[in-house]
Design a protein around this ligand. Structure first.
Ligand code: HAM
Length: 417
C-alpha cells in the first residue's frame, strides 16, 4: 500500500479551508502593517541554511533534508523561511532600498520526530522587517504577530519575551555558562558535551532530560546584559505595554537558531491540551552580513500553521455551499442541461453537472456535494421548456419540488439561495 511519507500529510477538506482562512487573515493584517509577499524557492543551496541557522543547531545538524542534485551541488529543502529571505534580499539587490518588510507562507521541512502538531513537512507564515533597528520596530513586530493570532480567533496564549543582548553580552554570558556547565560535564549528553566546546548556548535548547535539569540552575543572560542592551530591552517591554500587548519575561528563551541577538519571543498556549509554541521569532543583527549584504539588523517571526489549525474548531470550517446541481434524467436531456449549466456559470452561480448513473445516484451525489437545489430536466421538462427544481434536504414535503420555466431559472436561484 502506498502511504504519505512519515510526518507528511495531505491537506484537503476542513484542513485546507482552515489553512486558507489563516493565510487570508494574516495577509490582510500584514498588508496593514506595510508588508508585501515574497515567495522564495523551497530549495536553496545548503550553505544558505548552515550559514544563517548555525551548524551546531538541531535544525542544521539533525533535521535538514539535504541531498546532492544531479550536478553534484548540495541542496536543502528549506527548514525555515528567514535564511532564504536574507539570501533573496542580497541576490535581488533589495539592499539598495532598505528597510524592507516581507511576508511569506509555505511549506518547510524538518526531519523531526513526528507527533501532534509536529510534522516533517509543515507550513509557516512569517514576516521579516530588515534594515531597521529600534525598540519601536521590535514592539510593532510582536504586536503584528499577536494581531494575526487574534484575528484567527486565537487568544489563549502568552507572549514570552527575552533578550540575548549584543555581541559583548553573549560573549560574557557564554563564558559564564561554560564555567557552570563544565562543573556538570560528566552528566551532560554527548551532544551537549560537544556543544560545550563548539556552541554552548545551544545546550540550553537540548531536549535531553538530564541536560534540561542541569540548565534549570544555569546562569541567566540577563545577569550579563550590557547597559545598552538592558536599556533597549526595557524600552521594548514598555512599548509593548503601551501597545496593549501582555507579555511575560522568560530569561531561558534563547530559541533554537543561532542568528538571534537582542529581543527573542515566542507564543505559547496557556490552557488546553496543546502547549507547544505556536510561533516565535526575534531580532538578528548579523544575519544579512553573513550573506555579504549590508551590515544591518532585522527582526521577524514565523507561526506554525498546523499548530493554529489544531486550535480551530472543525465545525466552524464546514463547507458553506451555495451550489446547484444540474441533472438530466437521461442522456436525451444532456445537451439541454449542458446549455443550462453554461447559463448558470455566466450568471456566476456555482453549479455541478451530474450526468452519470441513475437519477437516484445523481441525487445522492448532489447531496454529498451539499448542493442546495437540484435542477432536474426530464422528458416533459425538455418538451415544455421547463425545469423541476428540487430543494435538497427539505423536510417539508410540500416544499420539496417546484416546476418553473427555463427562462426563470436564474432569477429563481438568486431568490432562493
Ligand atoms: P522556529 O521557532 O524554528 O522559528 O519555528 C517557528 C514555528 O514553526 C514554531 O513555533 C512552530 O509553531 C512551527 N514549527 C516548527 N517546527 C515545526 C514542525 N516540525 N511541525 C510543525 N510546526 C513546526 C523559525 O523558523 C524562525 N525562522 C522564525 C523567525 C523568523 N525568526 C526570525 N524571523
Amino acid at each position: 500500500m502506498f502511504r504519505p511519507v512519515r510526518g507528511m500529510k495531505d491537506l484537503y477538506g476542513t484542513d485546507i479551508r482552515k489553512y486558507n482562512y489563516i493565510i487570508n487573515k494574516a495577509v490582510q493584517i500584514g498588508e496593514k502593517y506595510g508588508y508585501s509577499i515574497i515567495n522564495t524557492p523551497i530549495l536553496e543551496y545548503t550553505d544558505v541554511f548552515v550559514r544563517a541557522i548555525g551548524d551546531e543547531t538541531d535544525i542544521v545538524s539533525k533535521e535538514m533534508y539535504t541531498f546532492l542534485d544531479k550536478g553534484g551541488e548540495s541542496i536543502t529543502l528549506r527548514p525555515e523561511g528567514t535564511a532564504g529571505i536574507m539570501r533573496a534580499i542580497v541576490t535581488e539587490s533589495m539592499t539598495q532600498s532598505l528597510p524592507v518588510k516581507l511576508m511569506y507562507y509555505g511549506e518547510m521541512f524538518r526531519y523531526d520526530r513526528p507527533q501532534k502538531g509536529r510534522y516533517r513537512q509543515f507550513h509557516q507564515l512569517g514576516c521579516e522587517h530588515v534594515g531597521d533597528k529600534s525598540p519601536y520596530t521590535d514592539a510593532i513586530t510582536i504586536a503584528l504577530a499577536v494581531e494575526i493570532l487574534n484575528s484567527i480567533g486565537i487568544f489563549d496564549f502568552k507572549v514570552l519575551i527575552n533578550t540575548l543582548g549584543d555581541t559583548k553580552t553573549r560573549e560574557d554570558y557564554t563564558k559564564g555558562l561554560v564555567k557552570y556547565l563544565s562543573r556538570h560535564e560528566g552528566d551532560l549528553s554527548e551532544d551537549s558535551k560537544r556543544r560545550l566546546v563548539k556552541n554552548p548556548l545551544r545546550i540550553l535548547d537540548s531536549k535531553d532530560k538530564k541536560d534540561r535539569e542541569i540548565c534549570l540552575m544555569s546562569p541567566v543572560i540577563t545577569d550579563y546584559l550590557s547597559k545598552e542592551s538592558l536599556t533597549y530591552f526595557e524600552k521594548v517591554c514598555s512599548l509593548l505595554s503601551k501597545f496593549g500587548v501582555n507579555y511575560e519575561v522568560n530569561n531561558f528563551l534563547v530559541r533554537g537558531l543561532d542568528y538571534y541577538t537582542h529581543t527573542t519571543f515566542e507564543f505559547k498556549p496557556v490552557s488546553g491540551e496543546y502547549r507547544e509554541a505556536l510561533g516565535g521569532g526575534g531580532r538578528y543583527d548579523n544575519l544579512l552580513s553573513a550573506f555579504k549584504g549590508a551590515d544591518v539588523s532585522g527582526i521577524g517571526f514565523a507561526i506554525g500553521i498546523e499548530r493554529l489549525m489544531l486550535l480551530l474548531e472543525d465545525n466552524k470550517f464546514l463547507p458553506v455551499s451555495k451550489k446547484v446541481a444540474v441533472i438530466p434524467v437521461s442522456e436525451n436531456e444532456n445537451d439541454t442541461s449542458f446549455d443550462l449549466l453554461k447559463t448558470l456559470y455566466s450568471c456566476e452561480i456555482e453549479a455541478e453537472f451530474l450526468h452519470m448513473g441513475t437519477i437516484t445516484k445523481k441525487l445522492k451525489v448532489a447531496n454529498r456535494l451539499q448542493c442546495k437545489l437540484a435542477l432536474i430536466v426530464g422528458e416533459t421538462e425538455f418538451k415544455n421548456g421547463t425545469v423541476t427544481v428540487k430543494f435538497m434536504n427539505q423536510e417539508d414535503s410540500s416544499l420539496k419540488t417546484k416546476l418553473i420555466t427555463r427562462d426563470d431559472v436564474v432569477n429563481f436561484i438568486k431568490c432562493n439561495l
